[in-house]
Write a protein that binds this ligand. Structure first.
Ligand SMILES: Cc1cc2nc3c(=O)[nH]c(=O)nc-3n(C[C@H](O)[C@H](O)[C@H](O)COP(=O)(O)OP(=O)(O)OC[C@H]3O[C@@H](n4cnc5c(N)ncnc54)[C@H](O)[C@@H]3O)c2cc1C
Length: 361
């Protein structure tokens, strides 16, 4: 470590995922803090795609995206809503590409990497290790196939964020479809429920969707991605440390989106850093957002069959820019007003009742 690095306040980053590496990659913006990132090499996750809307705090990420879409659709059995935005396109980035970029940048800017978890003592520790998920938590669980076809079968200008034309028997279920080119796409079968389903369920949903809805029968599966995201406000893994990323409250309970909120949290850490002071880390969602998300999840838990109607109504009530802002935690009072007006009010009012009562609805 150089003399200059030794004069800085040491900060340990635990875990080598999105939050830690994205923060370490901005080491050049910290004049008085020195990062050491502790990661276990045997824990490197498989590649997957992060989706998010382009927002000002992601201006350094957007140029690295694999593909972006100015149009996106939400589809149910009897309706399609298409939204567009020039300012806030929906973007997709590869986990491995982004983390490799961050790692290289972090090394260039003087961050230190270690696999020895005994190297942190009394210094500040920012902990990004995965928090525990309590039993009976609502989960977003999914399996995706990255597929390639020999024919032009996809419409690459429009992403399909939710298509509910699939088996709804196991909970709220939709297909997430990102067409990278007319022959290359990511197709994910995604459920919101408390229990996972057998792998064959997601696979059948993907095959049927490609065949029935897109007329695509001949294709090769190039990559599989799978994940489970807890839809809840989770307790930090170790309350004596400072949580960041998913362990610092970054997952938005109603959507499972976290990438954009991790970067919002990092921006806040950068902008509040002061010489000689430990870094400040705020949870990126307001109490109001967490409360409203809890009410929404209560409705989906009790009435999964109403999910298509609720999401169609939400999408129909907003412009593309408003939708992007709402899902990125930037909703103004007027956006919230439109969202609340679009929801089935009696159900939402009943979902305000304590959990036991609301199950009787
Ligand atoms: C498959 C998948 C797809 C997703 N897609 C999206 C998306 O499209 N958009 C979006 O906004 N969000 C998405 N998310 C949610 C979220 O963005 C990711 O989970 C994101 O990686 C969270 O970043 P993080 O740094 O908090 O955690 P991670 O990136 O998971 O990093 C945690 C790190 O801690 C390490 N670690 C964990 N436990 C321990 C331990 N006990 N000891 C030591 N090290 C440990 C891990 O190896 C990892 O390096 C997705 C999540 C998954 C799993």
């Amino acid at each position: 470590m150089s003399d200059e690095q030794q004069k800085k306040m040491p900060v340990t980053l635990l875990g080598g995922g999105c939050a830690s590496l994205s923060l370490a990659a901005r080491s050049n913006e910290f004049n008085s803090h020195q990062f050491t990132l502790i990661e276990q090499k045997d824990r490197i996750a498989d590649d997957h795609t992060w989706g998010f809307w382009a927002m000002p705090w992601l201006s350094h990420v957007v140029p690295k995206t694999h593909k972006s879409w100015n149009h996106w659709r939400i589809i149910s059995t009897n309706k399609t809503v298409e939204l567009s935005s020039q300012q806030h396109p929906y973007c997709a980035i590869s986990r491995h590409e982004w983390l490799n970029h961050c790692r290289a940048q972090a090394i260039d800017f003087g961050a230190v990497f270690s696999s020895n978890s005994n190297t942190y003592g009394t210094q500040q520790v920012l902990d990004s290790r995965t928090p525990a998920t309590p039993e009976n938590t609502m989960l977003q669980h999914f399996l995706g196939h990255e597929v390639k076809s020999d024919k032009d079968v996809f419409e690459p200008s429009t992403a399909i964020l939710m298509d509910f034309r699939c088996d709804q028997s196991q909970g709220m279920h939709f297909i997430y479809f990102l067409p990278f080119t007319s022959r290359h796409a990511l197709v994910e079968s995604t459920l919101f429920s408390t229990k996972l389903v057998p792998q064959i369920f997601y696979e059948n949903a993907i095959t049927q969707y490609l065949e029935k809805n897109l007329g695509c029968k001949d294709y090769a599966v190039k990559r599989i991605e799978q994940g489970v995201i807890p839809l809840a406000e989770l307790q930090q893994l170790d309350p004596t440390l400072t949580g960041i990323g998913a362990n610092g409250g970054a997952i938005r309970p109603s959507s499972g989106y976290a990438f954009t909120f991790i970067h919002k949290q990092i921006n806040q850490i950068v902008s509040t850093a002061r010489p000689g002071q430990p870094l400040l880390v705020n949870r990126p969602h307001s109490h109001f957002e967490i409360f409203m998300d809890g009410v929404f999840l209560n409705v989906i838990r009790c009435h999964p069959a109403l999910a298509p109607k609720i999401f169609m109504s939400l999408a129909s009530s907003l412009t593309g820019d408003e939708f992007a802002k709402f899902l990125s935690g930037e909703a103004s009072v007027s956006i919230w007003f439109k969202v609340i007006l679009a929801m089935p009010k009696l159900l939402f009012l009943r979902a305000l009742l304590p959990a036991k009562e609301s199950k009787k609805i």
